[in-house]
Design a binder for this molecule. Sequence first.
Ligand code: NAD
Length: 269
Amino acid sequence: MELVSNHAIVTGGAQGIGRGIAESFMAHGASVALADIDDATATETSEELTATHDGEAIAVQCDITDSESVEAMVDRTVDQFGDVGILVNNAGAAELARTWEMSESEWRKTVDVCLNGPFLCTKAVLNHILEVGHDGSIVNVSSLNYIAATDGLPHYSAAKAGVSQFTKVVAAEAGRYGIRVNAVAPGSTRTPLTEGNGLLEGKIGEEFVDRTPLGRIGEPDDIAKVVTFLCSDYAQWVTGETICVDGGQHIRGLHSYWDTLNEMGLLEE
Ligand SMILES: NC(=O)c1ccc[n+]([C@@H]2O[C@H](COP(=O)([O-])OP(=O)(O)OC[C@H]3O[C@@H](n4cnc5c(N)ncnc54)[C@H](O)[C@@H]3O)[C@@H](O)[C@H]2O)c1
């Protein structure tokens, strides 16, 4: 299996799923730019990955919701590696709040990072690839929430559904230029995000596992393997697709875990 390019950008690559993807790309011979707003963690991760692989990982501080920051990040990556042919739009975040209790700023913030950020990064990388004229692969990290309705995530779900539809349109536009665009929709995955907010522990963790036919919580590497496949020649005839990478969680459908979180005292007042 060969990657379509040896030069990749992974947004939110400092930790969690993004770090897992960067690690998998490097294991397949690529050099990777970890484009993250958290420069300290990204720098630490880049040093660890460079020390343990043949290629190079660099940290490039970037706020994906800011177009100037995104363009500077792509320029810096091209300066360092000479090229970029793979983009993974992975960075994303959301605070839980039901629609009638959500502030306008929280809605806008989530849509900004989960939907507008992927647009800005995709545009900047496509302009580079189209100028150089080689093949490319873009993978958007969506979520099971793009098809499932979970109380407290209206902003996130709407943005992730948008990401999957955006994936199809860009795949249609860019296919004739040899650029494939796909998405993965992870289910519950063990990362600093889900570990930090207690989402995998106690009753809520048990409920997630119970809903997952393969019977466990996902790991970043589970997601990274499918992203790597999508960026390889093995997926040369796959574009416009969103693949659920969730141990089958989508077959049962996500439960509305709001009540469990409330019961466990994990919801902010
Ligand atoms: N963990 C899960 O269970 C799960 C499930 C479904 C989908 N996802 C999706 O997977 C992706 C990664 O999630 P994770 O669990 O690894 O999260 P995480 O919080 O552990 O890591 C996210 C990274 O994104 C970076 N980031 C946040 N905002 C940014 C911005 N504006 N610009 C640049 N970088 C920014 C953070 O600094 C962090 O390093 C997200 O898109 C998330 O929605 C995660």
